[in-house]
Design a protein around this ligand. Structure first.
Ligand code: 5AD
Ligand code: SF4
Length: 461
């Protein structure tokens, strides 16, 4: 089979990272091999994100750059196909196809299992009419996973595994329910099979993914339904799977069984991303979050009781329509009371088609910017304090790759902190193993440490 080159550019969340890897798996039987640059690609896929503004503009400008490459290639007698996938494609696919004739194919997040077929159609249209206009944006998700290939490329020591897709929560600011569709959970047996395959291929840590991952309710194979806590317990039985994470959770779906799993399963890493968005009950209600600030505190308290070393991260939106100074202060109070190891924070960005976008009381841009700066200052202070408190501690680090200097390895702490480790002249390859590391210093974006085990012990293992 002729070799072809595939370049995928991924935007947005981890679910897109997982999807991009699966797209490569779907296309591998057609002879496509990954290439790092679009210049030498026969097929370029942009896997897009629609969560905040300017997403479509970014895609159009990338498509513009690709058009030049495409034309160059055509002049040389070759061909480059350009496909746009992901959430922008889902939301604006037909319009994109009209506006940018250099796009050959548009496909949504639930359609990529059909890529071989879709590419075949696009190529035929191109040859017959000189222009392809294939758009595949059907949102029915239930078949997708069944039709993905069993064969998959190894995903590395730390890998993503999508267990749940879509969202039924309809937070009033969010496009996800419209681009990813309704909630769907993969059956337990499928998830276990994929996790076992990953572990056979060398994966040590799995991050379970879902737009609303703890709404997971998968078929348990016995006529019942398993929640996320139960799924994690089953995964923890897999030999060689040392670390389990999950993201992104909704406070509303944190149940007692999941909290108990944090207590009972040491392989769940003590780090949880639990978006709260705002600390004001009025704004939380307007956002249709269906929880209060008090409920968030209660959940955090229970999680800390179950797993005292747990650290939290979160997402925040400032400047939601109608947000007053007092509402914003409530967010700041929550941040100070909870204490976060890290967090993402955003200015509210109206998304077409979502209820909040049509509200009258939009907050002026300069107010949003000022609030964001205050919030980010505090979040950064907390993150720095959390990192500083790591110094002197011994932490298990999953060593993933060589560092910049000889004898140095880079890995992740349980808290997702990047750690450069001086392993000195330790014999053997430690990559893919979890080692105790004594943290010596905080650098700008990472920690630095040295192996805390005697060299002879490490070598003997
Ligand atoms: N404006 C700003 N931030 C948003 N997010 C989602 N939608 C919007 C929006 N319209 C943020 C939320 C969410 C994260 C993934 O992106 O904080 O948790
Ligand atoms: Fe969007 Fe809310 Fe669903 Fe998260 S829970 S994906 S913010 S609608």
């Amino acid at each position: 089979m002729a070799k072809k080159r595939l370049h995928i550019k991924t935007y947005g969340c981890q679910m897109n990272v997982y999807d991009s890897a699966r797209m490569a798996d779907v296309l591998a039987p057609l002879g496509y091999e990954a290439t790092e640059t679009p210049e030498d690609a026969d097929l370029v896929i942009l896997n897009t994100c629609h969560i905040r503004e300017k997403a479509a503009e970014k895609v159009y400008s990338e498509v513009g750059r690709l058009r030049l490459l495409k034309e160059e290639k055509a002049r040389a007698g070759g061909r480059m196909l350009v496909a746009v996938g992901g959430c922008v494609a889902q939301a604006q696919g037909a319009e994109m196809m009209r506006r940018a004739p250099s796009i050959d194919l548009v496909f949504g997040p639930q359609a990529y299992q059909d890529l071989p077929d879709l590419l075949g159609r696009a190529t035929r249209e191109l040859m017959e009419t000189g222009r392809s206009r294939v758009v595949a944006i059907d949102l029915a998700v239930d078949e997708k996973f069944d039709r993905l290939p069993e064969e998959a490329a190894p995903q590395g020591y730390s890998a993503f595994l999508t267990i749940q897709e879509g969202c039924d929560k309809f937070c009033s600011f969010c496009v996800v329910p419209y681009t990813r569709g309704a909630e769907f959970s993969r059956p337990v047996a499928d998830v276990l099979a994929e996790a076992r395959r990953m572990v056979r291929q060398g994966t040590v840590e799995i991050s379970l993914l879902g737009q609303n991952v703890n709404a997971y309710h998968g078929d348990d194979g016995n006529g019942g339904v398993a929640g996320l806590g139960e799924l994690i317990r089953r995964l923890a039985d897999i030999d060689g799977l040392e670390r389990i994470r999950y993201t992104t959770s909704h406070p509303r779906d944190v149940d007692d069984d999941l909290i108990a799993a944090h207590r009972d399963v040491p392989r769940i890493m003590p780090f949880l991303h639990l978006p709260v968005q705002s600390g004001s009950d009025r704004i939380l209600r307007a956002m249709n979050r269906r929880h209060t600030a008090a409920r968030y505190h209660e959940i955090v308290g229970k999680l800390r009781d179950a797993r005292p070393d747990i650290a939290l991260s979160s997402d925040f939106i400032v400047g939601y329509p109608g947000e007053t100074d007092a509402d914003f202060q409530a967010t700041m109070d929550l941040v100070r009371q909870v204490g976060f190891a890290m967090a993402y924070s955003f200015k509210y960005s109206p998304r077409p088609g979502t209820p909040a976008a049509d509200l009258d009381e939009q907050v002026p841009e300069d107010v949003k910017s000022a609030r964001l700066a205050v919030l980010q200052d505090e979040l950064l202070r907390q993150q720095e304090a959390f990192n500083a408190a790591s110094v002197g501690r011994i932490m298990p680090v999953l060593l993933e790759r060589d560092g910049r200097h000889p004898g140095q390895l880079v890995g992740r702490s349980p808290y997702m902190q990047a750690v450069s480790v001086d392993a000195g002249s330790v014999p053997g390859d430690l990559k893919g193993t979890i080692r105790n590391v004594e943290i010596a210093a905080v650098l700008s974006n990472s920690l630095r440490g040295r192996l805390a085990e005697p060299v002879s012990m490490v070598a003997a293992q």
